[in-house]
Design a binder for this molecule. Structure first.
Ligand SMILES: [Zn+2]
Length: 116
C-alpha cells in the first residue's frame, strides 16, 4: 500500500512538472516571438517595430481570432475555416503604417501576402 501511494505521488509530481514545463515553454516562446518582432525593421522605412507595437499586434490578433470564433459559432457552429495553428499576424509599422505579416513560428516577416 505504501509503495502504491508513493507511485501515485511520483505520478502526480511528474504530471505537475510536465504541465509546468509546458506552461513555461509557452511563456518563453511568446516572449521570444515578441522580442524578435520588436527588433525587426519595417521593410519600407527601416524603423524597428519596438515592444509596444509587437505586443499590440499580437493582442489585436488574439482578439480578432476570438471574434472570428464567436462569429463562426453563431453562424454555422463549426470552426473548419479557422487555422488554429497558423502563427502569423499583421503588424503595422508605427512610423509609416506599412503593413506586413509576422510569422511567429519562423520568427520573420512575410512581406508579400496574397490578397484573399
Ligand atoms: Zn515603416
Amino acid at each position: 500500500m505504501k509503495y502504491f501511494i508513493l507511485t501515485l505521488e511520483v505520478l502526480f509530481a511528474g504530471f505537475f512538472v510536465l504541465v509546468g514545463c509546458m506552461v513555461l515553454f509557452g511563456l518563453i516562446e511568446t516572449f521570444r516571438e515578441l522580442r524578435t518582432l520588436a527588433q525587426l525593421r519595417c521593410p519600407r522605412c527601416k524603423a524597428t517595430y519596438g515592444r509596444a507595437t509587437a505586443r499590440r499586434s499580437k493582442a489585436q490578433y488574439k482578439s480578432d481570432l476570438a471574434d472570428e470564433i464567436r462569429r463562426l459559432r453563431a453562424e454555422v457552429g463549426e470552426y473548419d475555416d479557422i487555422d488554429f495553428f497558423s502563427h502569423e499576424w499583421p503588424v503595422e509599422c508605427p512610423r509609416c503604417g506599412h503593413q506586413v505579416y509576422y510569422d511567429a513560428s519562423e520568427k520573420k516577416l512575410v512581406p508579400e501576402v496574397e490578397a484573399k
